[in-house]
Design a protein around this ligand. Structure first.
Ligand code: ZN
Length: 215
């Protein structure tokens, strides 16, 4: 009994470095939450596999998601635009919709009496990297869908880079790959200090170039 607080304290202080704010603790007053996925009026470069990513993202949150919800959501995909959550794709969010620049996904919750009454979600399917337009792959769409659904469930942005609600998924991905490669470099040799510094510099440069924000 005396040892227990000693064991818990370091964990508690580490966890408090990050915040996981919520727009509302219980945004939906009913269950299931209905979802309309518009796969009829889609942009030219839409891939049918994006629909599957939405389904996977819904399952992610039904299975507990990032563990920061006070409730367990249950979704029902419906074929009606009167759904609670309405998801649409656009070719490029920055140029096709009135969203702030540099945004890949955009979620608008409509709140009445302290509850969400409707959530509109716009997902871009690609963006310009320099002058070239690059279509998102399924993995990117899945991350984007998970993140935007987090907003539709009442979560706001986290300052935890490992959390799905961190607002910069490209940077998050780069940080992950950087850490795993950095780990293997350490295994190879201690002589590689210079190489690591160069690797870091290049990664940081790429990170800045690829910077893409989620809203
Ligand atoms: Zn966001």
């Amino acid at each position: 009994m005396l040892i227990l607080p000693v064991l818990i304290l370091p964990i508690a202080s580490a966890a408090s470095e990050f915040s996981y704010p919520r727009t509302l603790d219980h945004p939906w007053d009913h269950s299931p939450i209905t979802v309309y996925i518009d796969n009829k009026s889609v942009p030219p470069h839409y891939s049918p596999s994006y629909y599957t990513q939405i389904e996977k993202a819904l399952e992610y949150w039904e299975g507990g998601g990032n563990g920061k919800l006070n409730y367990t959501p249950v979704f029902e995909i419906v074929d009606s635009e009167k759904a609670d959550i309405r998801i649409r794709w656009v070719e490029n969010l920055e140029r096709n919709a009135s969203a702030p620049s540099g945004v890949a996904g955009y979620t608008t919750p409509w709140i009445d009496n302290g509850r969400f009454v409707r959530v509109d979600m716009l997902l871009g399917i690609g963006d310009y990297q320099g002058t070239e337009w690059i279509r998102y792959d399924d993995e990117t769409m899945l991350v984007l869908a998970k993140h935007e659904l987090g907003h539709a469930l009442g979560l706001e942005h986290s300052n935890d880079k490992q959390d799905i609600m961190y607002p910069d998924y490209k940077q998050k991905d780069n940080v992950n790959s950087l850490m795993s490669e950095y780990g293997s470099l350490l295994l190879v040799a201690a002589y590689a200090v210079l190489a690591i510094i160069v690797f870091f510099a290049v990664s940081r440069l790429l990170m800045k170039k690829k910077d893409k924000r989620l809203r």
